[in-house]
Every structure is written in structure tokens, then in C-alpha cells.
Write a protein that binds this ligand. Sequence first.
Ligand code: GLN
Length: 455
Amino acid sequence: AHLDVIESAEPQINAFLKVSADVAREQADAIDAKRAAGEELAPLAGVPIAIKDMIVTKGIETTAASKILEGWIPPYDATVITKLKQAGMPILGKTNLDEFAQGSSTEHSAYGNTNNPWDTERVPGGSGGGSAAAVGAFEAPLALGTDTGGSIRQPGAFTGTVGVKPTYGGVSRFGAIAMASSLDQIGPVTRTVLDSALLQETIGGHDPKDSTSIPSPAPAMVSAALEGQKRDLSGMKVGLIKELSGDGFDEGVSQRFTEAVEELKAMGAEVVEVSLPHLKYALGAYYVIMPSEVSSNLARYDGMRYGLRVMPPEGVPATAANMMAYTREAGFGDEVKRRIILGTYALSAGYYDAWYGSAQKVRTLIIADFNKAFEQVDVLVSPTAPSTAFKFGEKSADPLSMYLGDIATIPANLAGVPAISIPAGLSEDGMPVGFQFIAPQQHDEVLYKPAAALE
Ligand code: GLN
């Protein structure tokens, strides 16, 4: 049924880079056979899923929406894919994104735009616009994304879907194409909070193949979501982040946010304002640390090991260095090149302490801010993004205005804490608004109760 929806919706949406119909049908048939044989199945067995093309899938082309990986067929599965297969979940295909997950609108894909299902003249958010649009357009009931600075949550907000960035280390990154390794995290994209809980329990937990994976089982998120559905939040203390409201946030976003906060109060939550004073430096720190890690991680695309290889033209010596230069020039898009250059600069001798070193110190201060806030409250809240989905071209020519839109999502990545975005109604422009909960590290279950209560 979902393959049929994909066929009819894709001409308008373009959420998928590749549809793996044969693989999905084969997997679905295998589950039917197991069910018929009376075998015990996992909770999500038979439920199909779309995968952001930042996650490697054995035998299915994986490009990270970059020309440099065109034609690359991974010889192995990411751990999350292995877990989905073990749970009996058919894989519908690979979804579009900003090249190497760098962007907030999916306009930086080398393979064209994905349209927002609510208004096809608007972006679906990014970088995981494909996964969010696929779920929002009912092409897939579930999807996976990756979130380095908001790429699961902001597209969730823009498409009226649910997106979760788990605790750093809570879901294995083995087989997630590295963007900025100290920030990257795989997580669920769904239509309901309970679906996210089910999916996160399926993909979460310790993985010896990822050295940053937390050696303890995934928290009990499904029971927390079910508890939340009772809509009783008495005893819960909610902190409204002072630095993530008011100035810079669109009127329509602020209105829906305030109404949702009132709803939390009506369900018995105590709401107080808390200040995280160093959040004003979060964007600056992120846009130094992230490109630094990008410049290092993307050094592996050298024309030797994966995908594209461009040989120097006649008259230019056919050396390895020249081949790499021509391959990277042709294979990377402008935004990726911008970040590689920025990151290389920030890491270079003489500038390292001033840029990268300072940014890491700011990161430590932000972590301390969160720790202090969580001494006062159980969970923090903010809008997911300062605006609703914008029109194509509105921000793509001005990188800084694009970066500024990440203000509310970046702090959770810098601090490694879990966060969820859920739909909170429509703004006056008719576009969805996202509401964000942030919880303490390794307490992802804390997100799920109030999120399920509010949805
Ligand atoms: N928009 C952010 C960026 O451009 C987030 C990217 C992400 O989470 N992958 O870096």
C-alpha cells in the first residue's frame, strides 16, 4: 500500500532518492510467512520504513545526496538497519537530504529539491527533508533521520511530524555517514509520539561497533508514552527556556507555543522560566565545531575509496593529488565546500586555540547550563524553530540567515541531551509549528510522557 502511495505522491513531493520496492516486497513477504507460521514477531514487524540516505544500507545505493558518492553500493548495513531487519521492518527506500546533511532546507541536495507536502512551494526543512516529507505525505509510516544540529526535529516541525534526537550515544552511529561525529545522532521520524517510542526502542541500545555508544539498554520510552496518553502531568516541572522565545521567533510560532504551554499547565504541569545564559553563544560554537569535524570527516572522499573519480584533464599531470583535487571539485557542492574551508581554517595551526579551542570551552559552559537547569526542572521546552517552512530560494543565497534558523535545535546536540519535536498546530500562514521538549542525558523517556500528553 505504501509503495502505491509513493508512486502517486512522488511526482509532487520527491522525498525519495531511491525506492527499494523489490527489497521491501521481499521483506514484507518474509514477515507474512513468519506470521502465518505462528512465529512471535517484534512490535513493529511488517511496518515499512524509509531511510535517510545518510545511513548505509547493504546492497542499496547510498549517496548522502552527494555526487561524490554516486553509484556507491555499501557492502554492509548500519547497526540501525540490522536492527530494523531483525525486527522485520521492510525498507521502502532512501530519502533525500541536504548534501552530507549540511543544511536546513534540503535545497543543498545534488539531486533536486523535496517539496513540503503542506505547500509544495515551500521547503520541507533540512537536512532530513526527505524523511519528514515522506512521513508527512503518508508515503511511509515511519522513517529514520540523522540530527547533528536539528536535521530530524526542524523538518519535523516544518512538516507537522514527530522527530526525535536521542541522547548522544543512545542509538548506534555505526553506518551513519559521519558529518560531525561529536554531534551526529540517528533518530525516529514518525506521525505520533508513540510510534517514535516504539521505533527508538527498536533501534536503541548498546553497540560494541560504536565506541561512543552508551553501554546500557535503551530507556523505557513506550511505557512513558502510554503513561502520557493519560494526559496527567501533575508533579512534572517544566522549564521554559528564556533565551529561546520572544525576539527572533515569528509571531505565529510564539502564539502556538504559548497555547501549548497553557495546555501543559492545564494537565497539571508546573511551568517556570529558566535561563541558560550561554545559549547566546551556541550558534557560534556550533558553526565552528561542526565544520571542523566536517572538514576532517569528509577528507575520506578522495576518489580512491568510494564513488566518483575524476581524472585531471590532458596537460595536467595525472598524479594522485591532482586526481583528488579534480574529484573533490566536481563531487562536492558549494555548501559542503564552504564548510570544509571554514573547518580547515578553524583547525589550522595558529588559529586552532582561538577558534576550535574557544568553541569547545563554550560547549562546556552550555553543558553546565543544561545541568543546572535540570536541577530545577524535569524537562525544558521551546519552539523547535523560529519560523514555519519558508519558500524555496528565500534563504539559500544567504548562508547566515539559513544558519540562524538552527538556534533552538543546536543546543541539544552540543550538550548531547535528548530532544523531541511534536506538531503544535498551524501558524496563520497555514503551516505547521513545532514544539520541542529537551530532557537530561540518558533520560529520553522523560521526553515521551509530556510529548504524548500534548499531542
Ligand atoms: N541545519 C544544521 C546544519 O546545517 C543541522 C544539520 C544536521 O542536523 N545534520 O548544520
